[in-house]
Design a protein around this ligand. Structure first.
Ligand SMILES: O=C(O)[C@@H]1CCC=N1
Length: 329
């Protein structure tokens, strides 16, 4: 998506951890206006870090911070008194604490606290109807909807007299930190084409690959492939580095050769019209060195092991959904 098409509305990050920082940093690098972003983050030191990295960024901390980040705030006496009584701590170097309500809310808190955070925000989310984007692993959109419906009669929601905001669930990955992310996205039926475009433009700022899935359970599989995937490649690289060291190479050289090989292989796979198997076969001369290595990997059940790993992550994502999104609040 081009920069012209990029959504530039008010954006509230609920949680200012690594993934929020990656998305925020990518958006700012793409020209997203800093003044349109606010980050609510309970750890004051983390706020200070974000403020020093992105001078002028408005961060909010304290018991009322999440609500204010979404609802917006004016430099009114009420806001001043909230600041004075410690209900919010603001970035003192930001231009002002005047900001409009959020059009998009990015839920970037740990899955374990998502329920209490959303239940707490339910009235303001229902009143303002922002697009809600969740990047929490393993929490289903139906659970988020239930959290947002907290305190409301189910019949009122079924009858349409109380509306819940649209939710888009995203599974990004940590290479977003270096603008090389891969993200899977799922939109509920009440998300419009425009909502999808907005979410996609935000994620595309830090992800080279953004894939929509049509059934939500495939987000668990996205988690198994690209969400957790960077760790699989790090593990493979650790093992290759170690193998080099055991064969007498110094660690720094083994590491550098391993990393560039990983990067080069990924780039070839991306740029080539060959499929992955053909690319592998092209490196593998009959009875040659690669052949010897691949035979050793296959004999050790490499493919089966990878299948088991991806399946375990996929299954854990589904279990998390049951543990953290359960019916009872
Ligand atoms: O390990 C986790 O739970 C998260 C989800 C995907 C990557 N990290």
């Amino acid at each position: 998506m081009t920069q012209q098409q990029q959504h530039q509305g008010r954006l509230a990050f609920i949680g200012g951890g690594n993934m929020a920082e990656a998305i925020l940093g990518g958006l700012l690098a793409c020209g997203y206006p800093l003044s349109q972003c606010v980050v609510s983050e309970p750890i004051q030191a983390r706020c200070e870090f974000l403020q020093s990295k992105y001078p002028g960024l408005q961060t909010l901390s304290g018991p009322d911070a999440n609500r204010l980040a979404i609802q917006g705030s004016k430099s009114t006496t009420t806001t001043q008194s909230l600041i004075q009584d410690g209900s919010i701590q603001v970035n003192p170097t930001a231009a002002s604490i005047d900001f409009a309500p959020a059009e998009v809310v990015i839920l970037a808190v740990k899955p374990q606290v998502l329920r209490s955070v959303v239940v707490d925000l339910a009235p303001v989310l229902r009143a303002l109807q922002p697009l809600v984007i969740s990047i929490a692993a393993g929490i289903e959109t139906s659970a988020i909807a239930r959290f947002m419906a907290d305190g409301v009669d189910e019949d009122a929601i079924a009858a349409g007299s109380v509306k819940l905001p649209p939710v888009i669930r995203v599974m990004p990955n940590t290479p977003a930190l270096v603008l090389e992310g891969a993200a899977g996205m799922y939109a509920t039926a009440d998300a419009t084409a425009e909502h999808r475009e907005v979410a996609e433009s935000l994620l595309a700022a830090v992800s080279k690959q953004v894939s929509w899935v049509e059934t939500e359970s495939l987000i668990d599989t996205v988690t198994g492939i690209s969400g957790s995937g960077p760790a699989y490649f790090f593990l493979m690289m650790e093992a290759m580095e170690e193998a080099g060291v055991k064969l007498g190479m110094d660690r720094a050289t083994a590491k550098a050769l391993t990393i560039q090989t990983c990067l080069g292989a990924a780039k070839m796979a991306q740029l080539s019209s060959d499929d992955l198997e053909t690319l592998r076969i092209k490196v593998t001369s009959p009875q040659g060195t690669t052949d010897a290595a691949i035979k050793a990997f296959e004999a050790g059940g490499f493919r089966d092991l990878v299948q088991k790993g991806v399946t375990a992550a996929d299954a854990r994502s589904r279990t998390l959904a049951k543990e953290l999104g359960g019916a009872k609040l």
